[in-house]
Ligand binder design. Structure first.
Ligand code: MD6
Ligand code: FE
Length: 218
């Protein structure tokens, strides 16, 4: 598969990179709202702080996570799941900021997914060396809805695999302001993130923030 880079049209300077039949990377889609997004993330993590979850196998994840929305993704010795309460605070996750919801819906629509109603917003913070191993996102009940993924701060190398763990992988860089939307035939692709290289970004400092929006039941 070749990644096809094309311009939207003469009026819209947005670059779009098609990475699969159901997957599109919208370059710099968030650039005008970047500072407001980071401040929305700070409002969420003031209530539900970033923490390093433990995998079912007992390892501490290198990526720090938080959530907002009616459900949040968590991991511990008992497994991966979505739950309505933050296990750190024993309270509901913070409400999803309206700006984040609006931008996620706009990106989904741009990629051809109508009526995206995310109720989960998982926020990942990568510091130098943090990585995410090859995985599928299959803890969601509703696999017909796409996932919308925002990248902010330091760039990261995204590893984009096939429908089987052993499939061929490709790599591309996700930069500040980029959005990836994927669903349909690409929804269960294996993917991961290579260890973050050290650097400094004027908005996020030494880290990368990734925000994924999902629509799921419990
Ligand atoms: C990341 N993203 O970009 C990790 N999963 O830091 C994911 O694991 C991911 O970007 C499902 C859909 C989109 C994603
Ligand atoms: Fe994922």
């Amino acid at each position: 598969m070749n990644f096809e880079l094309f311009k939207n049209d003469g009026q819209d300077p947005l670059q779009q990179l098609r990475i699969g039949p159901g997957a599109l990377c919208l370059n710099e889609f968030l650039i005008l709202d970047d500072a407001a997004i980071i401040s929305a993330v700070q409002q969420v993590t003031a209530i539900s702080p970033f923490r390093h979850l433990i995998t079912p196998g007992g390892k501490k994840m290198s990526v720090a996570m938080s959530n907002c929305g009616s459900l949040g993704w968590v991991s511990d010795r008992a497994g991966y799941r979505y739950q309505a309460q933050d296990p750190l605070t024993n309270r509901a996750w913070p409400v999803m900021p309206a700006l984040l919801l609006r931008l996620a819906q706009k990106a989904a629509l741009q990629a051809g997914y109508e009526n995206f109603q995310p109720n989960v917003c998982l926020i990942n913070r990568y510091e130098t060396g943090a990585r995410m191993g090859l995985h599928q996102d299959r803890d969601e009940r509703n696999l017909t809805a796409p996932i919308v993924s925002f990248s902010l701060g330091l760039p990261a190398t995204f590893i984009w695999g096939g429908l089987e763990r052993t499939g061929k992988t490709r790599r591309f860089v996700l930069k500040h302001g980029d959005v990836v939307v994927w669903g349909g035939p690409d929804r269960l692709r294996f993917h991961g993130v290579a260890p973050l290289k050290s650097g400094h970004h004027e908005l996020t400092g030494a880290c990368r923030i990734n925000i994924t929006f999902r629509q799921t039941g419990t």
